[in-house]
Design a protein around this ligand. Structure first.
Ligand SMILES: NC(=O)c1ccc[n+]([C@@H]2O[C@H](COP(=O)([O-])OP(=O)(O)OC[C@H]3O[C@@H](n4cnc5c(N)ncnc54)[C@H](O)[C@@H]3O)[C@@H](O)[C@H]2O)c1
Length: 469
């Protein structure tokens, strides 16, 4: 099928490239000329593992091309996906301006029916709004055909997006229109061949709500664990043990139970806010959503407080090494990343921050802006030069097994390691001569000299450190 994907961000690009991989002819369109120029050269403007290889394969097979001109390309396609951003407005409501503009561009250009598929995350009722924009514009153009508008929310996860798209758990489709249903069935035929039950057919409003429900549920689990972690800190207890204690219950399950620095990214914060706003709009009190949002704000500030408290509030002049800025590993996306709040807190308190992220350094600097106390570095080692503390904010796998002895040598005996993702093995950190401070678990100061590993050249140690499993 010939498909136009409007918007080549994290969702549009991955969806377009993967649909081309499945055998469709795809045009990916974006208003950002620079992005399109890059894409035409085979370069991805976003970091997503495997995307450039798939792009290059699809381009070689002539199944994928990039465009800045929706009007020119729309005549040749049978389906248009809308995959543009829906950022939160001041009041938390999803801003539909980009979606509506695309709907209007489509309606002003088409001369024959096609199917419009809304992939962006949109509030309940948005497909009806898109449909009404299209039908009223067609009417003013004296064109009398119907354009089915279908909801097809996306559930991919940045960092694992290609696998998520090509091997989905489910594909949610909201439509009661037969033509729309036929188009979607044809688009996803390569998926149903493998898994006949993969398509979940819903009505449009339920499909729109499903996307918010999924993200809000996951955000709720994170905020719940973060609140329990705080209780562990004050009452005694270890959130990691509590997590293990509940994860094996099949009614609960092990995923999204990790306490940490708070959730971030372009989806959870925005979608929780949008759901809260929907509740207000429809006069339905969504108390849980308010609590989830508030707990997340509290958690980000709590992480800053952990660092500040350790230095008795005297952060001025302290140098803090930060590992990880992106909101999660395997992405360069820093939108709403906890790092933004924590770094802001540190530099405002007068600390110097030297940060390294494998992919997110540039995007972080672009959002955070220039600050005399903030510097991005090219390596973990560079962040540690003259640092007073190390803070882990994103659990990239390359941070998993650092040379703790070398770090202890650089930072000094009993220097704090703030593990804000409970990622490191605290025994190992402490055994190397550093002070481990995690989330929701007792901190562990450097082990006494007799049990510590070698810190200085020529110094003996009587404990061998095994790498963490
Ligand atoms: N990022 C995720 O992990 C994720 C996952 C699931 C759903 N979503 C949802 O998908 C939607 C897109 O998210 P994203 O992260 O890909 O956004 P993004 O900001 O990365 O990309 C949006 C793209 O749309 C382009 N655009 C805007 N207006 C346009 C127009 N009129 N014509 C052509 N292109 C236009 C922008 O230039 C940009 O490249 C959002 O609603 C988001 O909530 C995102």
């Amino acid at each position: 099928m010939r498909i136009l994907m409007v918007g080549t961000g994290y969702v549009g690009l991955v969806s377009g490239v993967c649909l081309a991989e499945c055998g469709h002819d795809v045009i990916c369109a974006d208003i950002d000329e620079n992005k399109v120029q890059m894409l035409r050269k085979g370069k991805s403007p976003i970091y997503e593992p495997g995307i450039e290889q798939l792009m290059s394969r699809a381009m070689k097979r002539n199944r994928l091309r990039f465009s800045t001109n929706l009007e020119e390309d729309i005549g040749s396609v049978e389906a248009v996906f809308i995959a543009v951003g829906t950022p939160p407005g001041e009041d938390g409501a999803a801003d539909l301006v980009y979606v509506e503009r695309v709907a209007s561009d489509i309606a002003q250009t088409i001369t024959k029916p096609l199917t419009v598929i809304v992939k962006s995350t949109v509030p309940v009722g948005s497909c009806e709004r898109v449909e009404s924009i299209i039908q009223s514009t067609l009417a003013t153009r004296k064109l009398h055909f119907t354009v089915p508008v279908v909801s097809n929310p996306e559930f991919l996860k940045e960092g694992n997006a290609i696998r998520d798209f090509l091997k989905p758990d489910r594909i949610v489709i909201g439509t009661q229109n037969q033509a729309g249903q036929d188009t979607l069935a044809a688009i996803y035929a390569p998926f149903t061949q493998e898994k006949p039950d993969i398509l979940v057919w819903l009505d449009r409003r339920s499909a729109e709500l499903t996307k918010y429900a999924a993200n809000a549920m996951l955000a709720t689990r994170i905020s719940f664990m973060n609140e329990l972690a705080m209780l562990c800190e004050s009452a005694g207890g270890d959130i990691e043990q509590v997590r293990r204690g509940i994860a094996s219950d099949p009614r609960i399950g092990p995923l999204f139970l990790r306490a940490g620095a708070g959730y971030g990214g372009s989806c959870f914060p925005k979608d929780v806010k949008a759901l809260r706003h929907l509740g207000n709009l429809y006069g339905t009190h969504l108390g849980i959503m308010n609590a989830v949002h508030d707990a997340n704000e509290v958690q980000k500030n709590h992480c800053f407080e952990l660092i500040s408290k350790h230095f008795n509030g005297a952060l001025k002049g302290k140098s803090i090494a930060i590992w990880g800025l992106s909101f999660k590993p395997e992405t360069d996306d820093v939108r709403e990343a906890p790092a933004l709040t924590i770094v802001q807190g540190l530099v405002s308190a007068g600390a110097k921050v030297k940060a390294y992220d494998p992919q997110g350094g540039e995007s972080f600097a672009a959002i955070f802006g220039a600050h005399p106390n903030f510097q991005t570095c090219l390596s973990t080692e560079e962040t540690l030069e003259s640092a007073d503390a190390l803070t882990l904010l994103t659990e990239w796998s390359e941070f998993r097994f650092p040379n703790w002895q070398a770090i202890a040598l650089t930072l000094g005996l009993n220097a704090p390691v703030f593990d804000l993702r409970n990622f490191f093995d605290r025994e190992t950190v402490s055994a190397a001569g550093l002070h481990y401070i995690g989330i929701g678990r007792p901190s562990l100061p450097a082990q006494p000299r007799t049990t510590r590993t070698k810190l200085n050249k020529g110094e003996h140690h009587d404990r061998t450190i095994e790498p963490q499993a």
